[in-house]
Design a protein around this ligand. Structure first.
Ligand code: PMT
Length: 223
């Protein structure tokens, strides 16, 4: 398949959750297992691309034939992605990045006290937004993990983050989102095209996304 040859193209793909430290024994995180992002990395590699996989903490084995950069926090992921942005032709932001982190990360175990407590949170950097601001030649693909108004929020993300494509999944739907081996996604492209995909394995979803990106790259090379 000619259209799928990604030889000479560099893909930077993020996967997994981030961990935001509270103290040495506690953190704030989410349910991402890295399956969707790792499937994308494998499929991009199979199509001939050079792949840099930037991964939060997951228990999947490191894929062969690509550079794997392990990170923990949103801040580390931000730095790793920006360090690799110049060499990227494509960035796919599959990772479930924390939007907030504890304002203070203690370096000792916080002892429990009688009664309630609270953790003050501050915003993390929005990596996708920053990439959208800086992008020149790169194809930028984001994900949207939503529980409601999936289309509306996906379209908003597409424009606000200056992305070329948003892959939206309703994480409340059976067989979609976090942890499962399958996903149900809709692709929203910057040209207004919307492609709704049925329940598929994450591997097949990844193949389809990589194929769509190959078309986007071809369009760009034409112009
Ligand atoms: O890992 P799995 O178990 O296989 O699960 C897959 C998945 C559900 C994690 C994946 O399909 C998915 O939806 N990933 C995106 C999760 C997410 O954080 O969505 P969001 O709607 O909160 O973020 C939107 C986009 O902005 C994402 O591309 C995200 O990477 C990016 N983002 C978010 C916050 C932040 N500070 N910086 C970012 O770049």
């Amino acid at each position: 398949k000619d259209s799928l040859s990604l030889k000479g193209k560099t893909f930077v793909i993020t996967a997994g959750p981030t961990r935001e430290k509270i103290d040495p024994v506690r953190f704030i995180s989410n349910h991402s297992t890295g399956k969707m992002g790792y499937a994308l990395a494998e499929e991009a590699k199979n199509a001939g691309a050079n792949v840099v996989l930037i991964s939060g903490p997951v228990s999947l084995p490191a894929p062969q034939g690509m550079e794997v950069v392990k990170v923990e926090s949103a801040e580390e992921m931000y730095n790793a992605v920006l360090n690799n942005f110049e060499i990227a032709d494509v960035v796919i932001k599959t990772a479930a990045v924390a939007d907030y982190r504890p304002k203070t990360a203690y370096d000792y175990k916080v002892k429990k006290q009688p009664g309630d407590t609270f953790i003050e949170l501050e915003r993390t950097n929005d990596i996708l937004f920053e990439l959208g601001r800086r992008k020149r030649k790169q194809v930028l693909v984001g994900f949207a993990a939503e529980t409601d108004n999936v289309e509306e929020y996906a379209q908003k993300k597409l424009h606000k983050k200056n992305a070329d494509m948003i892959v939206a999944n309703n994480v409340k739907a059976e067989g979609a989102g976090f942890g499962t081996d399958t996903n149900i996604v809709t692709l929203f492209k910057h040209n207004g095209e919307i492609t709704e995909l049925p329940l598929m394995s994450k591997r097949a979803v990844a193949q389809k996304i990589i194929e769509e990106i190959a078309f986007l790259l071809k369009d760009m090379d034409k112009n």
